[in-house]
Design a protein around this ligand. Sequence first.
Ligand SMILES: NC(=O)C1=CN([C@@H]2O[C@H](COP(=O)(O)OP(=O)(O)OC[C@H]3O[C@@H](n4cnc5c(N)ncnc54)[C@H](O)[C@@H]3O)[C@@H](O)[C@H]2O)[C@@H](O)CC1
Ligand SMILES: [K+]
Length: 458
Amino acid sequence: MRPIDGLTVLTAAEMRTAEQASGVDEAALMDRAGAAIAEVVRRIGGGQEVLVLCGPGNNGGDGYVAASALRQAGIPVRVAALSDPRTDLARRARAGWAGPVEPIAEASAAPVLLDALFGTGLSRGLDEPVVESLHALSIRAVLTIAVDLPSGVATDSGALLSAYPGAALTLALGAPKPAHLLLPAAPLCGTVRVLDIGIAARSQASVLPVASLRSPAVDAHKFSRGMVAVVAGRMPGASALAASAAARVAGYVLLIGSATDRLPHAIVRRRWAEDALFDPRIGAVVIGPGLGPDEEARAKLNAALASDHALVIDGDALRLLDPARLRSRASPAILTPHEGEFAHLFPDVKGSKIDRARTAAGESGATVVLKGPDTIIAAPTGEVRLAARHVPWLATAGSGDVLAGLTGALLAGPDTTALAAASSAVWLHTEAARIAGPALIADDLTLALPAAIAQAGA
Ligand SMILES: NC(=O)C1=CN([C@@H]2O[C@H](COP(=O)(O)OP(=O)(O)OC[C@H]3O[C@@H](n4cnc5c(N)ncnc54)[C@H](O)[C@@H]3O)[C@@H](O)[C@H]2O)[C@@H](O)CC1
Ligand SMILES: [K+]
């Protein structure tokens, strides 16, 4: 049983491909899955009675195998099914279960509920009586564990096809799936752990790994650690937050055109001028936090786009940007839109959150950080990182400014890529929020960054 950080994420179709490519026959995979599920249930169920709910497909098959293994281990276990099994594999698994099978509507609750109704094959919402039984049994259970996925969620989009009571633990088979990470499904999974069933997971998507930051090299100097320029605008507090966050990572932070002096003294300030960005030592420019919507803001964005620098484009600048302008630039750009800004930038891009982020990155040539409780980072290559943890206290003014500054500082650093910089920034941002704790304000995030950076190994 493994935590999901850094693991490859597979869609339902990619899972089937991986299963076929594994060289292991399907029955053996189901036996492995069922045995591994039973082992977890045995360990954490404390010997209490288990009720296994089995659906008609192979998710139900896993349920029958797990029930048989639990029974063999001496755990009291009952099985309730939705219908007879409909796949050969599930029929085989059903045949291996020596006990009775009750109809779900008649099943009485048990302290441990194992949900093996539907997995990656769910194609529509559950019938209403089944939803009612599931809720009634779950309310009376002490512990609900979902096999592969909570029954009712769409594997690839994380959409909720029917109401689900929520599991305490979801045991993902072989690999995490998008629904384990995307809203609205993700919180209904509870803790997600992966059970290894011997398949090699390959795809361009993975769970955001724990950031891995190195301390500065022994011979580092402030410029070799990275110089980041933050362009200020109409709301100076926003760029001040971005600069303060950047200063925790970069060797040198230049704040350009800011009207505030309430800043750490370590941040160097310069007036805005047409040539303010003509400094070859600048490794990345952050533009957007508090920039404003006016002509001056437009001129600043134009100057940033015309420069050779790597860019982080956030907030107000995303309202002024034509993403097509990024295509001709040689240096990387990172866009950090929330859903509203994304819809403004890419009005024609549709699909699941993963599809949208990936398409936008491919079309614009920029790395796209599509922010939210289920932040996704997509690179123009098609690579995608899905954030696994979220701290709801991050929904506060200035939080995005801190993320933008942090992203710029990491992008300005040595030996990095836009995808790596954005990934580390998102991880550090959440970790800082976790450390800052309840009732945080954005300023607290900048103060918590040293501890978050230490957690990332630096
Ligand atoms: N792919 C793999 O590598 C492995 C898959 N296994 C299991 O197999 C599962 C996928 O099995 P299946 O593809 O059979 O799919 P499911 O078991 O998720 O269910 C599909 C069946 O339910 C029907 N169905 C879909 N939605 C329904 C609804 N709302 N109401 C009633 N019937 C509905 C479908 O027509 C199909 O017959 C995985 O989630 C996992 O649990 C494991 O056995 C191990 C290996
Ligand atoms: K399930």
